[in-house]
Design a protein. Structure first.
Length: 440
């Protein structure tokens, strides 16, 4: 009886364990963002994402009402396209690449402080871009310069991991590295085009960054991770990912980049335009069909039993649907002699595919690295389906009917609501210690 207090004193360590800290310190702290690369990258990405989503909602309100009277120094459509392509997505990339990338390459992880400056430059740059879009063109351009420096710095750091690697399989990492270089050049081209007063070239640079940078990173990661996630959750399904599938997806992205520059001055006219539209439509329909087939082969139907996995697979399905829709619009445009659903396929890609995969992948990584179960709870599942609804509203609005402006407003407000709830929820996780008391 007399030894119990003595034993209690001896087993109590001088320094609290991680689990004890987790139990005691449950408050959100900014310094916790530096505990792991994904915390910092994802938090800054959420900051830019929520700001951009709320801003775009205000722009749409301004279009249907004179109450706000927002001034514009930069075309709101160009400002929107730029921040949606180069703003938050590369920051999400950073959180993933500097967490999973070292494991792919078999090298030591970079300390979070090494990536702090380039990520802060990007986040600050894009917030300045949105502000400058209303105040002054040079302010917006200054934001682009900061963002470009940050993205280039981040890309150099990632290439440093590749150079140090001795891993046999570096295909996915090197593909991502090349895509980052394309992203840097595209962002620099966007800034130069604005400075020279060439808005059509600026838009082409945005679309080049979308297909040559963002989509390439997405399909590279999808090729590596979706079969792996599926086979891990459902052992009966093999992780089938031949490299010809990756080459095919990269070829599609390259073809879309080429199409951007071929049509820089507008749709081709005459016989050349007819041949081009028919050929492009056939190519996109074929590519979309192959990707839809691939989605089934990768376990689409089986994934529906697992919500988090289903989110990934449904997001990938949108890639095939976006290409098929683009192919159909090319043929309809040829038959009717005018553009049909000009932005429908673009938003099927960006909102349907890229945003769905973003929501699924970031949720999965955030759950796993915060000590939570790898499941999509009711809130995450509901947000995912609200995102699908916003995507459909935006595609229908592209038809330019009588209610298009109101459909666009509804889509923008729904998008803003989904991203705000999701961003605040996960942002709250990143500033807190892991629920299971483990480091990271």
């Amino acid at each position: 009886m007399t030894e119990r207090p003595v034993i209690a004193l001896r087993v109590k360590p001088g320094k609290p364990t991680a689990s004890e800290r987790a139990r005691v310190d449950r408050r959100w702290r900014a310094r916790h963002l530096l505990l792991a690369p994904h915390r910092l990258g994802f938090f800054l990405a959420m900051t830019v994402l929520v700001a951009a989503a709320l801003w775009w909602g205000l722009v749409q309100l301004d279009r249907v009402s004179t109450a706000l009277g927002l001034p514009y120094a930069v075309s709101p459509s160009l400002a929107h396209g730029a921040v949606m392509t180069f703003g938050f997505i590369p920051l999400f990339f950073s959180g993933f690449l500097f967490t999973a990338g070292p494991k792919w390459l078999g090298v030591q992880t970079l300390g979070t402080r090494r990536i702090l400056a380039p990520l802060l430059l990007q986040a600050l740059g894009w917030l300045l871009w949105l502000t400058g879009a209303h105040l002054h063109g040079l302010t917006a351009l200054g934001g682009l310069v900061l963002a470009c420096i940050g993205l280039s710095w981040m890309s150099v750091l990632f290439w440093g991991l590749i150079r140090r690697s001795r891993a046999e399989d570096q295909v996915h990492a090197r593909t991502v590295g090349v895509a980052c270089a394309v992203g840097c050049l595209s962002l620099a081209g966007l800034g130069s085009s604005l400075l020279l007063g060439a808005p059509s070239v600026a838009l082409a640079c945005v679309l080049t960054g979308l297909w040559g940078f963002v989509v390439v990173v997405y399909v590279s990661v999808a090729h590596r991770m979706i079969p792996f996630f599926t086979s891990s959750a459902m052992p009966r399904i093999n992780a089938w990912r031949p490299f010809w599938v990756l080459w095919m997806m990269l070829a599609v992205a390259a073809a879309e980049v080429a199409a951007v520059w071929v049509e820089l001055g507008g749709p081709l006219q005459g016989t050349a335009g007819t041949v081009w539209r028919l050929a492009r439509g056939a190519f996109e329909l074929a590519a979309g069909g192959v990707l839809l087939w691939l989605a089934v082969v990768w376990g689409l139907m089986h994934s529906l039993k697992n919500r988090l996995l289903a989110m990934l697979h449904i997001g990938f399905v949108w890639l095939g649907l976006a290409l098929a829709l683009s192919g159909v619009t090319q043929w309809l445009g040829w038959m009717q002699g005018t553009s049909v659903l000009p932005l429908g396929s673009l938003h099927a890609l960006t909102m349907g595919c890229l945003a769905s995969l973003m929501l699924a992948m970031v949720t999965r990584v955030s759950c796993g690295h915060s000590g939570r179960a790898l499941v999509a709870d009711e809130l995450a599942w509901s947000l995912f389906w609200l995102l699908q609804a916003a995507t459909l509203l935006r595609i229908v609005a592209a038809a330019q009917g009588a209610f298009a402006v109101w459909l666009l407003l509804a889509a923008a407000l729904l998008w803003a609501g989904v991203m705000a709830v999701w961003g605040v929820r996960l942002g709250n996780w990143y500033g807190r210690l892991r629920a299971d008391g483990r480091p990271g």
